[in-house]
Design a protein around this ligand. Structure first.
Ligand SMILES: [Fe+2]
Ligand SMILES: [Fe+2]
Length: 276
């Protein structure tokens, strides 16, 4: 298991990606991505059997979601056994994700045809609470961090976050801004939205069991991501109405996210158990 050294590439990549990059910073971003994400994608492409059509993609995604529906051992532990302290460490680990949720999806919008843009925007509007701060997902996470007495700013969380989590955060900057094919992003976000209702039952259960009052960040997603999952399939269908669709790249995006998020979650729970 790795922890984040103060100057890890993936941590620096997150900071660079949130800056207004000058030429030097941009060169560093692309250099880190070249050594990190490009081999990941190439490896997945090698292991992936081609996906013939959008219908075949829908079927393959359903198979992956069914296989992941039961929580991993780490998920079962978090739901049923973790102490409040252990749970808090996992909440802290995903703090950067919660506080910046969906912000880095926007650059994908201009890369999509208009009807596909509308579907993605309906998702994004929900993520931002339809403009109501009290419903914004980042605010719900802030409330949870507050209840658990955890740091509540991006700056304060940077040194408390592991490389496994930075990989999950960093990948969306590449997917939206530099991935040569937008299907990788569409497949990744379609997977993420579709997997969350099952995944977050773990944290929702832990909040219920531990008497944590601000578990709404999780329970909200159990409900709203059922709609987001459908909207992402609309986004893909509308993309295909305008452009040839490479369904294999949708699938590579989905498996990429599944691997990065699964690793980030399992190692967050493992680390919390070691630390607590
Ligand atoms: Fe959300
Ligand atoms: Fe969502």
């Amino acid at each position: 298991m790795t922890t984040t050294p103060a100057d890890s590439d993936l941590k620096r990549l997150f900071v660079y990606n949130r800056s207004v990059p000058d030429l030097e910073t941009f060169t560093r971003i692309t250099a880190i991505e070249h050594d990190w994400i490009e081999p990941l994608i190439a490896g997945l492409a090698e292991r992936t059997a081609p996906v013939a059509s959008r219908a075949a993609w829908v079927e393959r995604l359903a198979g992956l979601l069914a296989a992941e529906r039961e929580p991993s051992p780490a998920g079962r532990y978090l739901a049923e056994k973790a102490t409040r302290e252990e749970f808090a460490l996992v909440v802290r680990e995903f703090g950067l994700d919660g506080l910046t949720e969906a912000q880095n999806f926007f650059p994908a919008v201009p890369r999509l045809p208009i009807r596909s843009q509308m579907a993605v925007m309906r998702v994004l509007i929900d993520e931002f609470g339809c403009g109501n701060l009290q419903q914004a997902h980042s605010q719900l996470y802030l409330n949870l961090l507050g209840e658990l007495g955890l740091p509540r700013t991006v700056d304060d969380l940077l040194d408390l976050t592991s490389d496994e989590t930075f990989a999950f955060l960093d990948v969306f900057f590449w997917l939206t801004q530099r991935a040569p094919h937008i299907e990788y992003f569409l497949g990744a976000l379609a997977y993420l939205e579709a997997s969350i209702p099952a995944a977050f039952t773990v944290q929702a259960r832990a909040c219920e069991r531990l008497g944590i009052e601000n578990g709404r960040y999780y329970t909200e997603h159990l409900h709203i991501d059922l709609f987001h999952m459908e909207e992402m399939q609309v986004a893909i269908r509308e993309y295909e109405a305008v452009h040839p669709l490479d369904a294999t790249k949708l699938w590579i995006g989905a498996t990429l996210l599944s691997e990065l998020l699964g690793t980030a979650f399992d190692s967050a729970v493992e680390r919390a158990r070691e630390a607590a």
